[in-house]
Design a protein around this ligand. Structure first.
Ligand SMILES: Nc1ncnc2c1ncn2[C@@H]1O[C@H](COP(=O)(O)OP(=O)(O)OP(=O)(O)O)[C@@H](O)[C@H]1O
Ligand SMILES: [Mg+2]
Length: 581
């Protein structure tokens, strides 16, 4: 019930049009029933006035004209209700989709590490689509059918009470059968949705990693994996269809029995002289008129059950409160001028409570300092810098910017002063210019070119025939790893951030480009607080402080010189790499 209320909340803003639509429906339903009344008159005229001359013909013409008029207005109101109601429902669905998407954007990263992208996409596309068709074809016609039904039943009673009573007794039997099936269909429908999500998961995963699939010759393996999911989907869908297939004939059969019973008793009433033949004909015409609503009501209920299952999932997602908590407007501290001092104070962090990823992190980066993080893969370096833009909040301890706990600050403001070159370069589909401009949407062409120059990307961009207007695919197909990385660096440079985070920012570059980009970065690091993560230790020699991480803990710290002298982990690592080179 609260589910329906929630859907209704989205419809409420358009109540004016909705009311007009429902009014059209009401008239349309009335005309449908009224037409039978006119039809009854026609029959009556034909039977009783058959021998009368001019008078009879005039009457006949008059009724025919009335019939056409009724049909004309039925058409007008049909248009009215269809247009108005689908306008309202499409708007409502649009609002739901927007809400869902905006909520998804606001969810913290931990939501995305726990949920599969395919399932999320399926919610925004499949589930919302289901809801849409159910509201348009479902809810709308339900109201219309309901009006017609009530009107028809009222007129049936007027025609013959006994006959209608028989009808009314049989109707609940149909409803009972419907309800039993509905429950089953709803359950199966939910399973189908999950299966569809699984398919898009495999698709998403393998198509985006098609290079890996091919390089390992795993096409057959992936095909098998896909076809297993596809089979499961097939079975779930067939089951769903099966229930639908049983439902319709069952309802029709019950209706046929009822119909025959009424036909028999109606005939009896006429034979007894308690009913006019024209009335019996009208009765049957009306009965036929309501079997259509009845039948579509039975089909509709399965559509609606599906939609409710979809709505349930949509609202479930909207209700997930996995957002980074923010202080209320009044309590937020705005930093007028950011100096750029970043401090980690007794920080502990875990992705899920069982496994501690970072422990006892204490670190202070003074404004303009370069802090380098080194350590084995999985040591927690990326996790550590992810805490700075509050992608995650620490479990214990706190992070401070210019002495203020990050949780006291405005999240948008905080992120606006941080530039990140992430470990995994993501380019959006669009031009190279758009991709760089992502760092500052208002940047001029000149500024973009400067940023590209600083990132050592200008050269190769110029060599493309379309230059900055070159279109790249959703994952930057057509660019080498190093080129993509340089676009990513240019994007961060363009943002002109106070705090710069470079996570393996030059790892995909050759030695020569690296030293060029390194130069640019060093230039860029001036006056900015910078966190650099690097495997190649030669690139961080000049850092103000080098932090050596092991299993989420800081095990060594100091300048390059200090660490070399102390002959610890770092000195060993450096020696090893130095010898390699
Ligand atoms: N989204 C996540 N959900 C759960 N665990 C995660 C997540 N991301 C990372 N981890 C775990 O946290 C630990 C630290 O990962 P992190 O990415 O911080 O390492 P790293 O030092 O950056 O490694 P690398 O040098 O390979 O990039 C790893 O054990 C990893 O398995
Ligand atoms: Mg990392």
């Amino acid at each position: 019930m609260s589910l329906l209320k929630r859907i209704f909340k989205y419809i409420l803003p358009y109540k004016g049009r909705l009311a007009a639509g429902i009014f059209s429906m009401l008239i349309h339903a009335f005309l449908t029933v009224y037409f039978v009344r006119v039809f009854q008159n026609l029959i009556e005229t034909i039977i009783s006035d058959i021998s009368v001359g001019e008078e009879g013909i005039r009457h006949l013409t008059w009724i025919a004209a009335l019939m056409i008029t009724v049909y004309f207005f039925k058409g007008v109101t049909y248009y009215g209700q269809r247009y108005l109601v689908s306008y309202v429902s499409q708007k409502a669905v649009r609002d739901i989709r927007n809400d869902l998407y905006s909520h998804l954007q606001n969810l913290s990263l931990s939501f995305y590490s726990k949920n599969k992208t395919g399932e999320i996409i399926s919610r925004v596309t499949n589930d919302v689509g289901k809801l849409q068709s159910a509201i348009v074809d479902g809810a709308v016609s339900i109201i219309y059918q309901f009006f017609t039904f009530v009107g028809a039943i009222a007129y049936l009673f007027y025609l013959n009470v006994r006959l209608t009573l028989i009808l009314v007794i049989i109707l609940p039997a149909i409803t009972l059968v419907l309800n039993t099936f509905n429950k089953k269909i709803r359950r199966v429908s939910r399973q189908v949705q999950i299966k569809i999500a699984d398919i898009s998961d495999v698709l998403q995963e393998t198509l985006s990693a098609v290079r890996v699939v091919k390089s390992f010759g795993r096409e057959d393996y992936e095909y098998d994996r896909f076809s297993i999911e596809n089979d499961a989907n097939f079975r779930a869908k067939v089951k769903n269809a099966q229930y639908g297939a049983v439902l319709t004939p069952t309802v029709e059969f019950i209706a046929a029995i009822a119909f025959t019973a009424i036909l028999w008793y109606g005939g009896y009433e006429v034979m007894q002289g308690r009913m006019k033949p024209s009335e019996l004909i009208a009765f049957f015409t009306l009965l036929l008129t309501i079997t259509t609503p009845l039948r579509s009501l039975s089909k509709l209920s399965s559509t609606i059950q599906q939609a409710l299952a979809a709505a349930e999932r949509i609202f479930e997602t909207i209700d997930i409160e996995n957002i980074i908590p923010e202080k209320s407007k009044g309590e937020i501290i705005h930093l007028d001028e950011v100096i750029g001092e970043v401090e980690f104070e007794d920080v502990y962090f875990s992705y899920d409570r069982d496994e501690v990823i970072l422990s006892d992190i204490n670190l202070k980066a003074l404004p303009g300092e370069v802090i380098a993080l080194v350590g084995a893969s999985g040591a927690g370096k990326t996790t550590m810098v992810d805490l700075i833009p509050r992608f995650y909040d620490p479990d214990q301890g706190r992070l401070k910017l210019d002495g203020q706990d990050l949780r006291e600050l405005d999240l948008v403001e905080l992120r606006s002063i941080i530039g990140i070159v992430p470990q995994e370069t993501i380019l959006f589909s669009g031009t190279l210019r758009d991709n760089i401009a992502y760092g500052d949407l208002s940047a001029s062409d000149e500024e973009i070119e400067q940023a590209a120059q600083a990132a050592n990307a200008h050269q190769f961009i110029r060599e493309f025939p379309d230059g900055y207007q070159t279109v790249v695919g959703e994952r930057g197909v057509g660019l080498s790893g190093g080129q993509r990385q340089r676009i990513s660096i240019a994007r961060a440079i363009l943002k002109n951030p106070r705090i710069l985070i470079l996570d393996e920012a030059t790892s995909a570059l050759d030695a020569e480009s690296e030293s060029l980009v390194q130069e640019a970065l060093e230039h860029l690091m001036k006056n900015r607080t910078t966190f650099v993560i690097a495997h190649r230790l030669s690139t961080i020699k000049h850092a103000d402080e080098i932090i050596v991480m092991e299993r989420g803990r800081i095990v060594e710290r100091g300048t390059h010189q200090e660490l070399i002298t102390s002959k610890g982990v770092y000195a060993n690592l450096y020696q090893g790499q130095f010898l390699d080179e």
